[in-house]
Design a binder for this molecule. Structure first.
Ligand code: SF4
Length: 459
């Protein structure tokens, strides 16, 4: 059985420096607030959500048809279409194409699917130099860390962290943490690699069955360099990225950047229809557990995800603990419902790394029932006997207490007394992780139940 990741321990490491926690929370919550302002400017937002959700559900329930249509349309555009059942096949297909073209250096833009497949180390082990072209993703590559957010991969880093990293890796002044200077230093460092790369790789935000084209959204234009400068372009596309028609794109494009960053549209929304003149374009359509998920009545809705990150930005657990605490490719609420589908044993703790407040479900532009799915994953973990000993014992005791009102009221009374009278060291000790970072609230004089009996209960 795979050793489970321990998100609490990992989060504790991240927030050991208090500034990490407060800065991350402020920045990520800022994106959520920007999203709210942007959404308020679109009166038909709820209609768009409904339409987006229905289009995705329709596509997913007719996926065989749309995948074949995409393949046919893309082939007509002289795009080479490949199929990959899993990560291993994806990486092998990519390597074979690169090898056939004698590629030695590759630039790639951010792709969570390539991350999911472990593509970069696979190619590096085979002698291909891989350079991330997105600034945040490059920071993560130089740190030897996966992205901590699906839209802003290095959001967990302070600018002083980046200054120290760049000083070590590309020789900048460690005292200069000005973001513009750091970005410019990286631009100067990376540009020669972009210009001499033998091939470029991208992911795709949407693939259109009707036209055989696909769309890549970035804010730095880095995907466009990768797709236009080298003669060879390979795009990895998860099979859930399909939408039926070009006209459906308008709905998703309007929602993606507003949900992610609160901006009306990404700086670059690039459409690819066949190879550029004199070039070659390959598309790899990847399953990697998506078909299994599609067959699951409880979890198939997760495939509607457009990777906007809004659920992460609103999640109180993600905001405080950072994305790397999940120890997985996907973090935040979307990670909690995707990662166990890849390896339940390894990610069994993630469904408990959530407050189940439901805010993720409220902001999701494609109406994924995220918090319901988190709860359902908890049930799967319990049913498979994967709960930790402490959770098994604690939940069994809690279940019995909550199921017996007299027992519950007695426990409530004991708890109140304990909070008021026990010495501090008995309440704030290593057995109470909550107490490490916060004071428990003062016990109210009257419980809600007592107040209700006194004020509202009918005689
Ligand atoms: S689950 Fe919804 S809110 Fe979260 S990243 Fe996916 S589309 Fe965005």
């Amino acid at each position: 059985m795979t050793r489970p990741v321990d998100p609490e321990r990992r989060a504790a490491g991240f927030i050991a420096l208090e500034l990490h926690e407060s800065t991350h929370d402020r920045l990520v919550w800022g994106m959520r607030q920007n999203r709210d302002k942007a959404v308020a400017g679109v009166p038909e937002w709820e209609e768009l959500r409904e339409m987006a959700s229905r289009i995705k559900e329709h596509t997913l329930t007719h996926l065989d048809h749309y995948l074949e249509q995409f393949e046919k349309s893309a082939t007509k555009l002289r795009t080479h279409v490949h199929w990959a059942r899993d990560a291993e096949e994806h990486n092998a297909v990519v390597y074979d194409v690169l090898n056939a073209h004698r590629v030695k250096s590759l630039i790639k833009s951010k792709s969570m699917l390539q991350e999911e497949c472990g593509m970069t180390p696979y190619l590096q082990q085979r002698g291909i130099e891989v350079t991330e072209s997105d600034l945040g993703e490059r920071i993560q590559q130089l740190s030897d860390e996966p992205p901590s957010h699906i839209v802003v991969p290095a959001i967990h880093k302070l600018r002083t962290d980046v200054a120290a990293l760049f000083a070590e890796k590309i020789g900048t002044d460690p005292k200069d943490s000005d973001p513009h200077a750091l970005a410019e230093a990286m631009r100067q460092n990376a540009r020669p690699r972009f210009l001499k790369a033998d091939a470029g790789m991208t992911g795709a935000n949407f693939a259109v069955a009707e036209t055989g084209g696909f769309v890549v959204c970035t804010n730095e234009g880095n995907a466009d360099i990768g797709a236009s400068v080298p003669p060879l372009h390979i795009a990895s596309i998860g099979i859930e990225k399909l939408i039926p028609r070009g006209r459906d794109l308008g709905i998703f494009i309007r929602m993606l950047s507003r949900s992610a960053l609160g901006t009306p549209i990404t700086q670059y929304t690039s459409h690819f229809h066949g190879p550029r003149r004199g070039g070659e374009l390959h598309v790899v359509l990847v399953d990697n557990t998506r078909s299994d998920r599609l067959g699951s009545p409880d979890f198939w809705h997760a495939l509607k995800c457009i990777r906007c990150g809004a659920c992460m930005n609103t999640c109180p657990v993600y905001r405080r603990g950072g994305g790397l605490s999940y120890g997985a490719t996907y973090s935040g609420p979307i990670g909690v419902i995707l990662d166990p589908g890849f390896d339940l044993s390894k990610y069994r703790e993630l469904p408990f790394h959530s407050s189940l407040c439901g805010s993720c479900t409220d902001v999701c532009p494609v109406k994924i029932d995220i918090s319901d799915q988190i709860y359902k994953w908890r049930r799967v973990v319990a049913a498979k006997g994967l709960l930790s000993f402490a959770k098994r014992v604690g939940m069994s005791a809690l279940g019995k207490t909550l199921a017996h009102p007299p027992l519950y009221h007695s426990a409530e009374a004991v708890g109140e007394w304990a909070l008021e009278h026990l010495p501090r060291f008995l309440l704030y000790n290593p057995l109470n992780p909550w107490g490490k970072h916060r004071e428990l609230p003062a016990v109210p004089r009257q419980t809600f139940r007592q107040w209700y009996i006194e004020n509202r209960r009918k005689p």
